[in-house]
Ligand binder design. Sequence first.
Ligand SMILES: *Cc1c(COP(=O)(O)O)cnc(C)c1O
Length: 390
Amino acid sequence: MVEKSTLWIDEALAQLETRQLRRSLRERQLAQGAVICLDGCELLNFGSNDYLDLAHRAGGDAVEAAMRAAGWGAGASPLVAGRGTEHAALECELADFEGTEAALLFSSGYAANVGAITALAGRGDVIFSDAKNHASIIDGCRLSGADVRVYRHGDMDHLSRLLEDSQARRRLIVTDGLFSMDGDFAPLPEITRLADRHEAMLLVDEAHATGVFGVQGRGISEALGVEDRVDVHVGTLSKALGSVGGFVAGRRALIDWLANRARSYVFSTAPPAAAAAAGRAALRIVRQQPERRSQLLQTAATVRQALVDQGWTIGNSQSQIIPLFIGDPGATAQAAATLHARGLFVPGIRPPSVPEGESLLRISLSYAHDDAMIGRLLDELQGIADGTLT
Ligand SMILES: *Cc1c(COP(=O)(O)O)cnc(C)c1O
């Protein structure tokens, strides 16, 4: 029987369809990699966050050993009895990797942001948030009950004015280090100066930069030389590290506070020990094979230049994430479909993932892409730029 009370959903979906905004779920057969099989089609993959090509190999023996020792499910939240030997060891290694006193493992990067932000700011406090921050930061800000002041993307004059106008006792600046759609950096040197001047806490989310940027692979704050001034380092094991789980690194007191007060930590089951083992194995690869990130970033610089030469607008991308700004959601979906028909997976990103009028094709490069694959990508995009493939 059709439930009358939920019929509005069918209408809302139909409206999304008319506005070319309806998404549908795909099914990937086989593993992530340079080539994937999506809904039965084999495609060159420019749509994954597995930047170092670790998702299908991280772990291996370590994962099997963890499974044998600890089984699959953690069975409880970390505070109760879910935090096992693998989780504890990973937290130690994350703190060591980040150069901080301590670290805390969450079930996802989303949970890390929501948990950290809500534990650090509440009613009467003010959060300053970049307009292009990730949805998990936005949700953390909303849930916190703090006053949220959104500053224009990367606009330090705007941030400075908002800080000057605020009398709040406790202030928190939150920003992505590497922005997930535009592929550009937050101006962290300026942000840290403002944080100092206004005695504000600073949280930097390095989700797309952990393992990729910085000599040690710690992210944009390392690359820009300001990590010591970052109070709350957020990262994820689910992107370049090819596993799953988010983390926060920082002072011991901060980590103890989050373990007590971050609700997404306290009220959620610990991730499987095997996922933590995969995270540990990936962290070792990040430390032992810096050539993975240096080669990726070299390829990215070459591709960005080639795309600019083809006439594409790539904004301020400085990374392995390269947006091709198209604007119209229909035209963006069309371009993605054309590439798909030619054997390339380059996702079209439309609202609500980006603001209205800013639809784009999002290219994610990986260490797994060889010269021939990059050549294919550039040839097909040249074709679209020339209008010959539409
Ligand atoms: C993907 C992403 C997250 C969430 O990480 P998950 O581990 O996938 O939940 C958080 N912040 C940013 C900037 C991201 O891009």
